[in-house]
Design a protein around this ligand. Structure first.
Ligand code: ADA
Length: 568
């Protein structure tokens, strides 16, 4: 799950591997109380995975139940962490409902004090159904996978345990004011006093004795100043591993020191402008769906670095912490976003309290999941919603103010598909434009005029200084379709429009960087009964620079030549 251990002392165990699995296409399980009596007619499924990658389940969207039994060899406190379950998840333990989570790409957990020794039965009812109030909603340009896509972890907790470690800082040059918050929790019937120590790279820098009342939580703050810290930078990753521990428990987080600013239409890292050379990456593969294995993440990273990129947009949902660890370790910048995918999002949905609440929760969970990664520069609140309306404005105000209250150090961004009519521009630190001249409309020469009008309009709205990134552009190519003439869907045509667009964007001083749509081909969501996405040949979104098995198309080679020649 991470490239480093999050604990040295705490005992943790992944409940990964085969689980009992049963499809509930008639949605009978709740009424028949499958959480008390799991059906006998089950199949084994691997966790983590997407069930759609199993035989006969390819197209299944709906309810499915999972079961795993585990043993406790003594009575003890435990914590169950679900690192990501797609859609709706109801969790039952020994027949009792522990709770419900809605989301898909962020963890949730349960702390279970004084569990009895012996066998326990964990059951999860998941529902992958997309509808008008889910995020994403029912018409979305990626496959409707379902399942437990990241690990399920069982932790054994002592009476006094470390619930959270949060590290924030502010930098003056290379001196850092560091703010550490360690949250301790007591599951004990007695007041206690405990020695708490903080270390970095194995060297203790702070210790003190703290008291905690029976059954309470305690937020313990430590503020200190470190001088001459090594700064994390693009291509120069300097990381600090910070551990808090008692004699029975610990928690490890990893951070990097760097500043983020914007000036002259550029993103500045540690005061220096960085022209962003990026791709959009879905964390998806035809064999694994969204349960993307670590080995393939490091291959993706190699291919993206070889392309000359210094940044990745995590389109369109919070990506795995393992992936962000890799970016931290190689000094690439990351754009993190929640899965509000708006191209077909009705305005009525935007106003719905349930939809808004889900969006706010997803944002909060994303910020909490990715907070310590120095690679994260952008928090993106939505993609391609109808940004011309007052309803969009009101939703966006809520989302932006929540993100800013959670983390004032990063840039709040979005991607618009209505650059010339958008009313949201003044709300953001960074504006992303998605436009497909040369593919869905017109030809690439139209980018120039569109951008001229956009900059004029942004200035008239008071957003003239806001950096603008081209967050999506490109076109589809079927891997292997090459020829003498650049036809739609050929590798030649895709390479041509991407290279033309890149040249135009680089010549525009108001553009601070580019994210090509997209890194790799992904499965699309097509069916014979639906009119959506019918232009997706092979049932894939074929706009990848590499195909779904990461084989390079012509555009990959051309973009590599361009990105590696851009030195700014
Ligand atoms: C949109 C969207 C992407 C993808 C792309 C396309 O801009 O944000 O997810 O669907 O268009 O391929 O059309």
């Amino acid at each position: 799950m991470r490239t480093f251990s999050e604990h040295q002392l705490r005992q943790t165990e992944n409940l990964d591997g085969p689980w009992d699995f049963v499809q509930d296409s008639g949605n009978r399980g709740l009424q028949e109380k499958w959480f008390e009596r799991f059906p006998h007619d089950v199949r084994a499924i691997f966790v983590p995975s997407c069930w759609n990658n199993e035989l006969s389940l390819f197209d299944y969207e709906g309810v499915a139940w999972y079961r795993k039994k585990f043993q406790l060899h003594k009575a003890e406190h435990i914590r169950l962490i679900f690192h990501a379950v797609l859609g709706h998840a109801d969790v039952y333990l020994d027949g009792r409902l522990l709770g419900y989570h809605y989301g898909g790409y962020t963890p949730f957990d349960f702390i279970l004090p004084s569990m009895e020794e012996g066998e326990h039965e964990l059951i999860i009812r998941t529902d992958s159904t997309l509808d008008r109030l889910t995020i994403p909603t029912e018409h979305v340009d990626w496959f409707h996978y379902g399942g437990i896509i990241r690990s399920v972890e069982l932790q054994r907790l002592p009476d006094l345990f470390i619930q959270q470690l949060k590290i924030d800082y502010s930098l003056q040059g290379d001196d850092a004011d560091i703010f550490i918050l360690a949250t301790l929790a007591s599951l004990s019937a007695h007041d206690a006093s405990i020695a708490l120590s903080f270390s970095e790279g194995g060297v203790t820098f702070h210790s003190e004795q703290v008291s905690i009342a029976a059954g309470q939580t305690l937020e313990h703050k430590v503020n200190l100043r470190w001088t001459n810290v090594r700064l994390w930078n693009v291509g120069q990753p300097e990381l600090y591993t910070i551990r808090v521990h008692t004699d029975v428990d610990d928690k490890i987080e990893r951070i990097g020191f760097r500043t983020i600013e914007t000036r002259n239409h550029r993103i500045l890292i540690n005061g220096a402008p960085v022209y962003l050379k990026g791709v959009n990456r879905h964390e998806e593969h035809p064999e694994w769906g969204f349960a993307f294995p670590p080995k393939l993440m490091s291959k993706d990273l190699d291919i993206i670095r070889e392309l000359g990129c210094n940044t990745v947009r995590g389109s369109h949902y919070p990506q795995s912490p393992y992936w962000l660890d890799l970016l931290d370790e190689h000094g690439l910048l990351f754009w993190s976003e929640i899965p509000i995918w708006g191209a077909f999002l009705p305005n009525e949905t935007v106003k719905e309290p349930l939809f808004q609440q889900r969006a706010l929760t997803m944002l909060e969970e994303m910020v909490s999941l990715h907070f310590h990664h120095p690679s994260v520069v952008f928090w993106s609140v939505h993609n391609e919603i109808d940004s011309r309306t007052q309803d969009a404005y009101e939703l966006t105000e809520r989302l932006v103010s929540l993100v800013k209250s959670l983390d004032a150090s990063r840039l709040v961004a979005f991607a618009t598909m209505h650059p010339l009519e958008d009313v949201l521009l003044p709300l953001f630190d960074v504006i992303g434009i998605n436009k497909y001249y040369g593919w869905y409309e017109g030809d690439t020469s139209q980018f120039k005029e569109m951008l001229r009008l956009f900059h004029e309009r942004a200035a008239s709205m008071g957003a003239g200084e806001t950096p603008v990134l081209m967050t999506e552009f490109g076109g589809a190519a079927i891997f292997g379709d090459v020829g003498w003439e650049p036809r739609l869907f050929s590798e030649d045509y895709q390479a041509q429009i991407i290279t033309e667009a890149l040249t135009i964007f680089k010549d525009d001083p108001n553009i601070g960087g580019t994210y090509i749509w997209q890194f790799a081909d992904i499965r699309g969501d097509l069916s014979s009964n639906s009119s959506y996405f019918r232009d997706r040949a092979r049932s894939f979104n074929n706009k990848g620079l590499v195909n779904e098995y990461r084989k390079p198309k012509q555009s990959y080679r051309d973009v590599r030549r361009i990105y590696t020649s851009w030195t700014e």
